[in-house]
Design a protein around this ligand. Sequence first.
Ligand code: ATP
Length: 353
Amino acid sequence: MAASAADVELQAAGGDTDTRIKALADVKVDNIATIYTLGDELGRGRFSVVQSAIHLKENSRYAIKVVENDSLSDEENLEALETEIKILRQLKHPHIVNLKEVVTAADNTYIVMELLSGGELFNRIVDKGSYQEKEAADLFAQILLSLEYLHSRNIVHRDVKPENILFVSSESSDMKLIDFGYAGLWAADKQLTGLCGTPDYVAPEVLTWYEDDDNGTPYGKGSDLWSLGVLLYVILSGCSPFSADEEEQLLKQVAEAKYEFFENEWKNVSAEAKDVIQRLLVVDPAKRMTMPELLEHAWCKDAVEQCKTRKAQTAQPAAASSRSEETAAAATNPVVASDKAESAPSCSGCAIL
Ligand code: ATP
């Protein structure tokens, strides 16, 4: 029986999708098991499961984001994955997750990344209740440097939140930024559009796309700076600045930057730390503190300098070594290391949940 015009169109579209999926690959395989042994689930996203894995030849551990190819027949999902991979390939920074390779098979696409076994910042905040200022500044400095790097490449992350900040190991306070699924490429003549991110962390200008998905306000790097303001509030207090039972109420608070420093959580926090938050949680992105201003702010300037110095010192012996960076990254995740995921603490009363 001859195929209908609709069938032909579908096949053409399917073929195009397959070609685009294959074009993402560094390596094509029939079965991922020929290169990696997949292990425990580390986390889950909207369209993916992240699993630990062992590279059979190297005998080293990685984290692999597994995306079902069926989910990529949706053009939006495929475009998002293409952007995520394109962006990850450009990045090389001590505080950003490193991409090893992309593997495709008939059923799934596998994004192989360095394994970050120290868990999410979210869980550390829940464990601690909140960070003391010195420790908070050291952590915030690392996050700022990762975003400064992204912004210098005109990449806007668009989903900065504690769930997307992972620690290198459970003993370490070194963090790396993950999840470039919402990241966008910004240009002065091509600002970003569309609703992206997570309600508690999303900037007011991004929220304009919630009301009108055709005519919101174009936006740029400032949207990440807003999210950094929310993030610092959460790190220092263990609470969200914006919280309400109904999403509509929450979005109204965000749109108006309506939040308070409650006495209970904030009485021992310095005026300088609060000043950072107040200058970031500004509705008008043109009046919001910029990245260069933030890096120079009295509250975090020293921590930023120390973080840069530490990184320069640790980078030197590595540069002198003959090992490739890839081998060095693999060596930090030896198969013999025990890095069982921490079990999530009970935190029913926590305001950031
Ligand atoms: P989302 O729907 O939030 O965009 P996603 O599908 O893009 O999610 P990620 O946020 O990248 O997926 O990853 C989901 C979870 O998997 C993370 O929150 C984290 O707990 C875990 N994870 C991701 N990358 C790694 C990694 N490199 N090492 C260890 N765990 C990881």
